[in-house]
Design a protein around this ligand. Sequence first.
Ligand code: GTP
Length: 170
Amino acid sequence: EKKISPAKVVVLGEARVGKTSLTYRFSSGTFNEHQPSTVDATCIEKSINVNGNIVKLVIWDTAGQERYNALNQVYYRGAEGAVVVYDATDLDSFKKMNQWVTELKNYLPAEIPIMIAGNKSDLYNNIAIQQEEAKKYAKSQNSQFVATSAKTGTGVQELFTTLASRIIQN
Ligand code: GTP
C-alpha cells in the first residue's frame, strides 16, 4: 500500500497575479477569465503521485489585496512549502515579490522549499520580465522558477509536482 503524506502549501503574491487561477487549474483543470478576488483565503486539497509516493497537497490560496495581508501570517503556520506568484506582464508584481519572500522567510524555517511562478506567460506580447531575470532572482533566494499560465495550463503541473517532490525530500 502506498503512503499518503499530507503537506501544507501556501500560495502568495500581489493581487490579481493569478494565485486562485493557478490553484484551480491544478486542482480541477479549469480556468475562469473573470475570476473574482479572493477574500481572506481558500483551501483546496489535491493528491499527486511523485515517483510512486502519494502526496496530498493542502493548498492555501491567500488573498493578495493589501487589506488582507495581516491574515496571511495565520496561513504560514506549519506550511511545508510555498509558491510565490507574480504576473509576467506586470513589473511591479515582480518587484514586490521580494516582500513576500522576505515575509515567508520570517515566518517559516529556512529549509522550506519555495517555488516562484511567473504567471500569465500566455500573454507573450506583453511580457515585462525576461525569464532569465526571474531565474536569477529565484536562484538568489534558493528557490526555483517556473513559467506558468493558468489559462493554458503551461507549467502548472510542473510547478506543483516540483514543489511536492522538494517537500518529500526535505
Ligand atoms: P487576488 O485574489 O485578488 O489576490 O487575485 P489572484 O492572484 O488570486 O488572481 P486571480 O486568479 O483571481 O486572477 C486575476 C485575473 O487574472 C483573472 O481575471 C484571471 O482570469 C486572470 N488570469 C489568471 N491567470 C492567468 C493566466 O495565466 N493568463 C491570463 N491571460 N490571465 C490570467
